[in-house]
Design a binder for this molecule. Structure first.
Ligand SMILES: Cc1ncc(COP(=O)(O)O)c(C=O)c1O
Length: 390
């Protein structure tokens, strides 16, 4: 576990989380705990493969071969019991670009697309930027957890003639790992009303004990034909800067349309080093991932315990997966602007603004726990001390 305790400075590496934070917060002393990447080194086997590739010294045009596809299909089968035909795979530099391509190629201007809020902010822009309309199916908080309002889901689909649903599983920011039953209910409604499912499963590998990620496309052949899944090793192995991801599209007609959209935008190749990272992380990274998930779970428990024991003003929503914790700060009774300013200026931590995830995120902030324990302890203490001094 020691490898996850090492504090490595990321300043001066053009890191969005660390270097941009200074501009954003205008304060060097704010501890960045926002953007969803990790302050951990990627598995050594991946770094070694990258070094070897760099040593070669020639970085001409590169194409993925069967070896890369084999690692992807092996990974999905081994980790998620999902047998994927290599023919269903399309490469993409990232899940966000994929979402843009999907919306543009599989819906029309003026179409209605449903999302479950609060949700990862780009879910709004990938719809709105292309002249499509957002339909919201807000998640509801029941006790400690968020749940899906299925009645509202179906009603909104019918009322708005929704043609596409973008699912976030596991869900960022509320941390739910949707169960098979929940996914079956969603899929049944989508099939009944001819709604295409887009599953953003980028957090699929970051799952805590007693939880199981179920790829929605793997529920049945019918659902598979109706679903486009976006996946990537970049969250799992901390490779976001290398930009290598992929889609799984079993429906031939849909795949042709999405592929054409990528081609029309001139996006036909991946970064050479990204391909090496994609192949080798899946090939060699499994035991590293098992360790990582234990560390993250320990971090989640630590944060929950500290807030629970030391303040009643902030409640941590218990995440079932992802390394993002959703903090319910409503008991601080602050306007969102005041809450943001409080975290930044008093607590001196850089968190994501809950309201950026939608109206339903007001009164919340998002905390990234994928950092060495000493940094996490510092961040949590800063928040608790600031709350206690109010
Ligand atoms: C749900 C979700 N989708 C997509 C992304 C970003 O994907 P990419 O970096 O591959 O564009 C993130 C990153 O935080 C995310 O949380």
């Amino acid at each position: 576990m020691e490898r996850f305790d090492e504090v490595i400075s990321r300043r001066g590496t053009r890191s969005v989380k660390w270097d941009m934070a200074e501009d954003l917060y205008q304060d060097k002393d704010v501890l960045p705990m926002w953007v969803a990447d990790m302050d951990f080194k990627t598995p050594e086997a991946v770094t070694n493969a990258l070094k070897e590739r760099v040593e070669h010294g020639i970085f001409g045009y590169t194409l993925p071969d069967q070896l890369v596809k084999n690692e992807i299909t092996n990974w999905l089968e081994k980790r998620h019991q999902w047998k994927v035909d290599p023919e269903w795979i399309t490469y993409s530099p990232g899940v966000i670009p994929s979402l843009h391509m999907i919306v543009q190629s599989l819906t029309d201007i003026g179409d209605h697309i449903l999302i479950q809020t609060p949700v990862y902010p780009p879910f709004y822009s990938v719809v709105k930027d292309h002249g499509r309309h957002i339909v919201k199916n807000p998640l509801i908080m029941k006790g400690e957890y968020y749940e899906i309002d299925f009645e509202d889901f179906e009603r909104k689909i019918k009322e708005n003639h929704v043609t596409m649903f973008i699912l976030c599983n596991p869900h960022n920011p509320v941390g739910r790992v949707w169960t098979k039953d929940e996914l079956e209910e969603l899929a049944t409604i989508c099939l009944k009303h001819g709604v295409k499912i887009v599953a953003d499963e980028i957090h699929a590998d970051l799952i805590y004990s007693n939880q199981k990620h179920v790829p929605i496309a793997n529920l049945s052949e019918q659902v598979n034909q109706h679903t486009i899944t976006c996946l990537s090793p970049t969250k799992t192995f901390n490779l976001a800067g290398l930009q290598a991801s992929y889609l799984v599209i079993a429906n031939k007609e849909d795949k042709t349309k999405v592929d054409k959209q990528f081609k029309n935008q001139g996006m036909m190749m991946l970064n050479t080093l990204g391909l090496t990272a994609l192949e080798t992380s899946y090939k060699y990274g499994e035991s590293w991932l098992e360790e990582l998930n234990k560390v993250l779970e320990n971090h989640r428990d630590y944060v929950m315990e500290r807030f629970h024991n030391e303040t009643s003003s902030i409640r941590v929503i218990p995440a079932e997966g992802t390394y993002l914790l959703w903090l319910d700060c409503r008991k601080l009774h602050m306007e969102q602007k005041e809450l943001k300013s409080f975290m930044q200026k008093q607590a001196k931590v850089g968190l994501n603004d809950g309201a950026s995830f939608g109206e339903e995120g007001k009164g919340f902030m998002r905390l990234n726990i994928a950092a060495p324990k000493s940094i996490l302890e510092d961040g949590v203490s800063r928040i608790i001390n600031a709350v206690q001094s109010l």
